[in-house]
Design a protein around this ligand. Structure first.
Ligand code: GLP
Length: 241
């Protein structure tokens, strides 16, 4: 594991963007796994700057997002598709046919999950997966559980997660109770993983994930087994390390 403890959110975002840009420059048709939430927004901003100033070229990349709420319409301004368009895709030269996000409106979740896995396989697998982490150490929407769910699946969101994500919604009642998420094996099959975290409220999840026992009750702890993991966290999130 490569661990970078940086001063603050800006430094974390810049370092993360450098790693993503290096990946794209080294392999133009990289398959990138993307995350949502507040953590990667700064990284997306930096990448947009690199596109504008240095002509960083996204035209050949393919992307797979970790997760999407269920049920939610893609145009709903709380959907992860909407978030991705607004915070990243609308500002870069990505081919929109190369964007993959689970369909939060499907009536057949089992089929949607199976197709999503197949698409990842057909693309040759994920070269670099970006991850944030929940305060309960969830990755993607893999919540603390008594077993690791390997593949893309429908998840019942934790009360904790619903409460913490309600800050983006009008009320707690508006947060969808479910989500479609890549599984632990899907995430772990990525050739490289980049984990980002900032702030005091992530310190415990980071400590348990990087230093604690590897158990499904702490989904992030599985990352200790990955062969090419880079962790970029600010000083606050590194408090207990
Ligand atoms: C969300 C997402 C995760 C994200 C995490 C942390 O619910 N499903 O992919 O990493 O929770 O969110 P934030 O970055 O806003 O703290």
């Amino acid at each position: 594991m490569k661990l970078y403890i940086v001063d603050d959110y800006n430094a974390m975002s810049k370092k993360a963007a450098d790693i993503v840009s290096m990946q794209i420059k080294t392999k133009q048709n990289s398959v990138i796994g993307l995350a949502t939430g507040s953590t990667p927004i700064g990284m997306y901003k930096e990448l947009i700057k690199m596109h504008r100033k240095e002509k960083l070229d996204f035209s050949k990349i393919k992307t797979f997002n970790l997760d999407e709420y269920y049920k939610i319409h893609p145009q709903d301004n709380q959907s992860y598709r909407y978030y991705m368009m607004k915070n990243f895709f609308n500002h870069i030269n990505i081919d929109h046919n190369n964007i993959n996000i689970p369909n939060g409106m499907t009536n057949d979740t089992e089929r949607e999950c199976k197709l999503y896995e197949e698409k990842i396989q057909e693309s040759g697998g994920i070269d670099l997966q970006i991850l944030g982490i929940g305060t309960n150490a969830h990755i993607g929407f893999n919540e603390p559980n008594n077993k690791f769910e390997p593949y893309t699946h429908l998840v019942n969101l934790d009360k904790n997660t619903i409460k913490s994500n309600s800050r983006f919604f009008r009320s707690v009642e508006d947060v969808p109770a479910k989500a479609i998420s890549m599984g632990i094996k899907t995430i772990m099959s990525s050739r490289k993983i980049l984990l980002l975290a900032n702030g005091d409220n992530k310190a415990q999840a980071i400590f348990e994930s990087l230093k604690g026992p590897i158990v499904p009750q702490v989904p992030g702890s599985i990352l200790q087994l990955h062969k090419d993991l880079t962790v970029i966290i600010d000083k606050k999130a590194a408090r207990y390390l």
